[in-house]
Design a protein around this ligand. Structure first.
Ligand SMILES: Cc1cc2nc3c(=O)[nH]c(=O)nc-3n(C[C@H](O)[C@H](O)[C@H](O)COP(=O)(O)O)c2cc1C
Length: 219
């Protein structure tokens, strides 16, 4: 089974919004295009007469011995696929013995990841609230036996929250999103795009479910 087959399965099984979100690559797609070019530089030569009945493809990475050279990339929005997607990805990574990089933007916290995945973990922090917050995460990650903590460098787009807006607990808001004035984000919502002023958004992905009357002269 190759990447093409996996994409076919994903397209059939995940909600349309999640497919649109995941069927691509990060930001400018620079690494998406560069990765295959790098692989093309290598020529794989089979050693036909070599003993390969028990191949050892293990590597050492960040001081951890991994049975195979694979890492699950950090993704903050797994929950768009389904409410158990984070656990399923963690358990799959665990079964494979691969390393997993986990995102601060996920719904799972450090403890959840640790409980679901016994293989080596790396926590990818965002610099949203500056250094002290990252240091707190680093301490917690170390206490839970994470292999390393990294910093995700794509937070150039902060989340903007308008005056009197309300953001419910357990919601996830993607970088660069603006929450309009007096808008309400329901708890548990996954907000992918801007939320207009005086609206209530809910769900995964979040949609406008109610519009509030704007006060006289309000925008
Ligand atoms: C939908 C999506 C969500 C992602 N979420 C995160 C994230 O929350 N934290 C992070 O460090 N990287 C995140 N990434 C980056 C990936 O982990 C990975 O490093 C990157 O996609 C590799 O580059 P490429 O997509 O250009 O090939 C995300 C990527 C995608 C496509």
């Amino acid at each position: 089974m190759g990447l093409r087959d996996l994409r076919g399965i994903m397209r059939q099984q995940v909600p349309a919004e999640a497919w649109k979100h995941f069927n691509g690559a990060a930001e400018s797609k620079a690494t998406f295009h560069r990765n295959p070019r790098v692989f093309q530089q290598y020529l794989f030569r089979q050693n036909i007469f070599h003993e390969v009945s028990d191949p050892d493809i293990s590597i050492e990475l960040l001081g951890q011995k991994l049975p195979l050279p694979a890492i699950t990339a950090p993704v903050g929005s797994f929950s768009l696929i389904g409410k158990d997607a984070e656990r399923q990805v963690a358990e799959g990574t665990d079964r494979a013995g691969a390393m997993m990089f986990v995102s601060q933007a996920a719904k799972f916290n450090l403890h959840d990841w640790r409980n679901a995945d016994k293989s080596p973990l790396v926590f990818m922090a965002y610099m949203n609230r500056g250094r002290p917050e990252v240091e707190e995460y680093a301490k917690a990650a170390e206490d839970l036996g994470f292999a390393a903590v990294g910093i995700t460098m794509d937070t150039v787009k902060p989340v903007k929250i308008g005056d009197s807006a309300f953001v419910g607990v357990n919601s996830v808001i993607m970088p660069g999103v603006t929450i309009g004035r007096s808008a309400v984000v329901a708890s548990g919502a996954v907000v992918l795009g801007d939320v207009p002023p005086f609206t209530l958004v809910a769900g995964n992905p979040a949609r406008v479910v109610k519009r509030f009357p704007a006060p006289e002269g309000g925008k």
